[in-house]
Design a protein around this ligand. Sequence first.
Ligand code: NAD
Length: 323
Amino acid sequence: MASSVGKVELRPLGNTGLKLSCVGFGASPLGNVFGPVSEDDAIASVRQAFRLGINFFDTSPYYGGTLSEKVLGKSLKALGVPRNEYIVSTKCGRYAEGFDFSADRVTRSIDESLARLQLDYVDILQCHDIEFGSLDQIVNETIPALQKLKEAGKIRFIGITGLPLGIFTYVLDRVPPGTVDVILSYCHYSINDSTLDDLIPYLKSKGVGVISASPLAMGLLTESGPPEWHPASSELRSACKAAAAYGKEKGKNISKLALQYSLSNKDISSVLVGMNSIRQVEENVSAAIELANNGKDEETLSEVEAILKPVKNQTWPSGIQQS
Ligand code: NAD
């Protein structure tokens, strides 16, 4: 199906020189985070994604307690293509057993991740969900440790991730320019919450690349709905369910609409979508290509935005501080 529609667009990532596919492959589903995914389905999904021009794959030791890294590593190896044809990001500091952003732990963490991924280096190593740690430790200890890993050639670029947007300015205001290459924000650039938009001029002024994850709001903007563990309020869940039902009635898929909404902001280098099947890969690539050719479905979008208006920009608490 999507093999006839072309390949997804590449976009530059801040000052890194990397060019990421605008649709990125979120590999948390490969850790069975949204339900069981067989290894065969994982390998086939990664293969189809790569064939359709997706060159960016994101994982973490936290997803499925290291399972996502192992399965992604196996899937990338099965591609049988030169290492420089794909871009891999993983994370450090968040593990099934808890958080640890100490220099010692993140330094060991990369070696463990590289072994699981069967790689010699990762393109981006990100401190994972830093709002659960001390932001001053991130600035004074974790990032300097990651700089050493950069010098050692184990990682090419450094990133930070998390939910509250204030964590990014806190850290970026305190590290030397050029130290943090990229931020990964999630659940803040989708139809129901677009607050990341306010931060983009600041990030651009710092030359920091922007990755936005969870365009489907971790399952809220899907016809099948979010997983049990989803932290949204019942009000937000109900509004998203109503939006999905409205789209379905009209013959419009809410996930496609949501992904196209996120992709339409070109200051975002890559939109990371969690994918677990060839079908989802093809649907998401088709959505990107259709957007590039025909633009957004403005009519349905404004109707869905009206349904979501009462919960617009509603989020949930995350971490031990809300800066
Ligand atoms: P998402 O919004 O991408 O939603 C994923 C869910 O939507 C999964 O259940 C997936 O199977 C389903 N889905 C995907 N395509 C679909 C389609 N076409 N139709 C219907 N359903 C579809 O949420 P996510 O997976 O949490 O986020 C994407 C990725 O971003 C993650 O896998 C991870 O790599 C990254 N991420 C990072 C952080 C962080 O660093 N703190 C947080 C969230 C996400």
